[in-house]
Design a protein around this ligand. Structure first.
Ligand code: HEM
Length: 305
């Protein structure tokens, strides 16, 4: 939450309590619920949308507007010669205040962009982290000789890719066709039709990932030209722009590998007293899962150097 708030330039997110409050607002905007409704049918659309709009207004009034006003004041200071451009924060609201994109003259568009960055950045990394820890701990149980690999960046990158492939945070991409389209596999999508690409199915395609595509294998090699993480970050013009943060520019210098190394160096183990908790909905290709909690403990005996 703090990272996303800093990237955007949201002010006042300076304590765990404030971070929880902001996170709560985004939960009420209902990313999970609206997504599920979209996949399973809009039975309760009126309630979901009304609650989401109310939470959005709260975000706009309490976070977006005051933060944007503060950024505008800084720009005015530059205009008056009291500050230079180098003094400005490097965040999204500085660009919004300066109308770096002409579309941001419309406050509604800018609000949507900012909300997209927040929701894109927050639950995704946290969920991926719990999943990769879970996969690795199960792998080390089954392959005790690999335990020392818990700090090897290339091995960990393989584990991250496999985890994102098998447990994609975005379980489907929804697109409405603007014109008739014939897909390369022969599927026709008519203008106005909604197409759903189910990531968990695509990411287990045996023709790409091999006969054991359902299994977690941190040493898997994928054919050239394919993403090791499948469609976990999407593809094309809207592909995730957080990849340099998550995987890093060299693949092994991103937040996930870095954090995993720190966790295993510190002696990470499952907490035997508190089992992990998962939210589950839907079945098979429509299955959606997300961690509620993944308790761990740190023991000196398990430290890796
Ligand atoms: C493990 C972590 C992450 C995963 C799995 C993930 C996944 C995705 C996916 C699948 C999309 C494409 C959505 C679509 O095509 O409809 C996306 C878009 C996006 N992601 Fe991420 N993301 C992650 C982390 C982040 C982070 C850390 C940030 C920001 C700092 C971020 C910012 C965005 C933004 C702004 C978009 C929208 C891009 C656009 O529509 O042009 N993501 N992400």
């Amino acid at each position: 939450v703090a990272l996303a708030a800093a990237l955007i330039g949201l002010e006042g997110v300076d304590s765990d309590q404030k971070a929880d409050e902001l996170f709560g607002i985004f939960n009420r905007i209902g990313i999970r619920e609206t997504f599920l409704e979209a996949l399973h049918g809009f039975d309760d659309a009126d309630n979901v949308i009304a609650r989401g709009l109310e939470a959005k207004q709260q975000f706009v009034d309490h976070y977006y507007r005051p933060s944007l006003a503060a950024h505008r004041r800084l720009l005015d200071e530059v205009g008056a010669g009291h500050l230079t451009e180098e003094d400005l924060p490097h965040d999204i609201l500085t660009m919004v205040a300066a109308h770096a994109d002409p579309d941001w003259v419309d406050d509604g568009v800018a609000v949507k962009e900012v909300m997209m960055v927040f929701s894109g950045a927050v639950r995704t990394s946290a969920d991926a982290m719990a999943s990769v820890v879970d996969e690795l701990l199960r792998w080390f149980d089954a392959h005790p000789d690999d335990h020392a690999m818990g700090i090897d960046p290339n091995f960990l990158l393989g584990a991250v890719n496999e985890t994102l492939r098998l447990h994609p945070v975005h379980v489907a991409f929804l697109r409405r066709a603007r014109e008739d389209v014939l897909l390369s596999g022969g599927t026709r999508v008519g203008a106005g039709q909604l197409a759903v690409l189910r990531t968990p199915v695509a990411n287990r395609d045996r023709s790409v990932f091999g006969e054991n595509a359902d299994l977690f294998d941190p040493r898997r090699q994928v054919p050239p030209g394919q993403y090791s993480y499948g469609l976990a970050f999407g593809s094309g013009p809207h592909m995730c722009y957080g990849i340099p943060i998550v995987l890093g520019s060299e693949g092994i210098d991103g937040s996930l590998v870095h954090t995993l190394q720190m966790l295993f160096r510190a002696g990470l183990e499952r907490d035997p007293e508190r089992p992990p908790d998962k939210y589950r909905a839907g079945e098979d290709a429509r299955r959606y899962e997300s961690w509620v909690s993944y308790p761990v403990r740190f023991r000196p005996q398990a430290k890796l150097a």
